[in-house]
Design a protein around this ligand. Structure first.
Ligand SMILES: Cc1cc2nc3c(=O)[nH]c(=O)nc-3n(C[C@H](O)[C@H](O)[C@H](O)COP(=O)(O)OP(=O)(O)OC[C@H]3O[C@@H](n4cnc5c(N)ncnc54)[C@H](O)[C@@H]3O)c2cc1C
Length: 449
């Protein structure tokens, strides 16, 4: 075969995509700017470097993250396999020996004569060459500018300062209630009310919580951004006059004189997805360490057992609005030759980046062979992620990692079946089997067609 594919970015998604296509016999030109130019976060010249933690999360396929890894392995992911071969003990999660992992990826890439690694900055998309763009959250400025010019300024986002997102099913509605401030419009917000004692306890946790450090190159982007922990330091009542103001919020279940303020402070949650499974905490942009965020959220009445599907983060993060730029095959709507993969597409996380790298490569292969492209349903975690980022109805698209709330509901007809689904383990067992059946079908289809 003399077909050539260009892959830009030898990170997690790019390395995964390269190995898939090399194994299919393509000539791959892998363009990577390191070590000549640095992203600021990468420290080595190795491919597939982990920029921060060395953990790929749970291995339990009854968790969304664990299932994503299993789906990837079933579809032929090399990076998940190499991660397993280079794992270090960490209970039921998958953590890697950083150096061993990157070296193994490099060695595997080097086995192929049909690979050319070009160390340079890639500045401009060439729609005449089949290309997978996988330049990640720290995409170099000139390429970022080119993406903006080609695909539209409004479809390009630069950094993340976002609030935690929780699963609605895990909210305690004995305490939380639906209402809009001053009853304006529909009662769309979920409100978690606090009395004085609860607020003081919450405040105490907040001002003593540790923040995750910002890197030098990030600090300058976040100068004007006010995370909740910084706001809290201005005074004990600042939040009660800001994002936690209680005025105009009434729990209709409690009899009270109308317009008399019922609460000392209120945390509001806003719907985050079309299916109303996910809610974000309004005004709670935070850079607290994740275990501190968990402690803080558990101190909010109604969120004691909240399942946090996404923690608040503040880090440099380039991502495109995939719903305006890509189809469900991760192919650009504007140019058939161009695919995107990894964190740049709006997924978040190591596993998600690897899995989308694999998916873009599968479709690139099929595109070049003039076969129909693969689409995955939201019964699978990978399909749910891709369908989420390419769904056109989002008001405010934010990066997403694997979680159950974006996955299709289990069909059940009888009351009896619905009751059984209350058992989370049973429900996740069904979700897992359903996903792996779907992946098996797709795998067979890819092999036969
Ligand atoms: C600071 C930080 C910390 C993170 N921590 C975690 C974490 O702990 N856990 C987690 O799950 N996720 C984390 N993430 C998110 C994400 O999972 C990782 O960034 C992941 O590496 C993304 O994979 P990727 O393949 O999309 O991009 P990358 O792995 O970053 O690969 C992109 C590659 O493209 C290269 N490149 C960029 N621009 C150009 C250009 N114009 N020309 C040529 N090459 C270029 C870069 O040098 C890089 O090698 C973090 C992200 C950041 C920014």
């Amino acid at each position: 075969m003399d077909k050539k594919v260009r892959i830009v970015g030898a990170g997690l998604a790019g390395s995964e995509a390269a190995l898939y296509l090399l194994n299919k016999g393509y000539s791959v030109e892998l363009i990577e700017m390191r070590p000549k130019y640095s992203t600021g976060a990468h420290k080595t010249d190795y491919p597939a470097e982990f920029v921060c933690s060395n953990s790929l999360g749970s291995l339990d396929s009854l968790s969304a993250s664990g299932l994503l890894k299993q789906e990837g392995l079933e579809l032929g992911s090399r990076l998940f396999a190499i991660a397993k071969e280079n794992s270090v003990p960490s209970g039921n999660s998958l953590s890697i020996d950083r150096f061993g992992f990157c070296k193994a990826v490099k060695d595997e890439l080097n086995k192929f004569d049909n690979l050319e690694i070009v160390n340079k900055k890639y500045d401009e998309i060439d729609p005449n060459i089949p290309t997978i763009i996988a330049t990640g959250p720290l995409t170099e400025q000139r390429l970022a500018q080119n993406i903006k010019t080609v695909f539209g300024q409004e479809n390009f986002h630069f950094y993340d300062a976002i609030a935690p997102i929780v699963e609605k099913d895990s909210i305690n509605f004995d305490k939380a209630f639906y209402a809009s401030r001053w009853d304006k419009g529909e009662a769309d917000f979920i409100n978690c009310p606090m009395d004085k004692h609860e607020y003081e306890k919450f405040y105490d946790i907040l001002i003593n919580a540790q923040r995750a450090p910002l890197r030098d190159f990030e600090a300058k982007y976040f100068e004007g951004c006010m995370p909740i922990e910084v706001m809290a330091k201005r005074g004990v009542d600042t939040l009660r006059f800001g994002p936690m103001k209680p005025v105009g919020l009434f729990d209709r279940r409690i009899k009270t004189e109308y317009k008399k303020c019922q609460f000392y402070a209120v945390v509001q949650l806003r719907q985050d997805d079309k299916m109303a499974n996910l809610y974000n905490l309004v005004g709670f942009q935070t850079n607290l360490k994740w275990d501190e965020q968990k402690k803080l959220l558990q101190a909010i009445p109604g969120l004691e057992n909240a399942n946090i599907v996404r923690y608040g983060v503040m880090h440099a993060n380039t991502f495109i609005n995939s719903s305006k730029i890509l189809n469900k095959h991760l192919q650009a709507l504007k140019f058939d030759n161009i695919f995107f993969a990894g964190q740049l597409t709006g997924v978040e996380g190591y596993c998600e980046s690897i899995a989308t790298g694999l998916f873009a490569a599968i479709n690139m292969d099929r595109y070049l062979k003039k076969l129909d492209l693969i689409e995955l349903s939201s019964k699978t975690i990978l399909g749910a992620l891709i369908n989420y980022i390419t769904f056109v109805g989002h008001k405010n698209i934010q990066p997403v990692n694997s979680n159950w709330a974006i996955v299709d509901e289990i069909d059940c007809v009888t009351k009896e079946e619905r009751k059984k689904l209350k058992d989370k383990k049973y429900k996740n067992e069904l979700r897992k089997n359903r996903s792996l059946d779907e992946i098996e079908k797709i795998k067979n289809y890819i092999e036969l067609n």
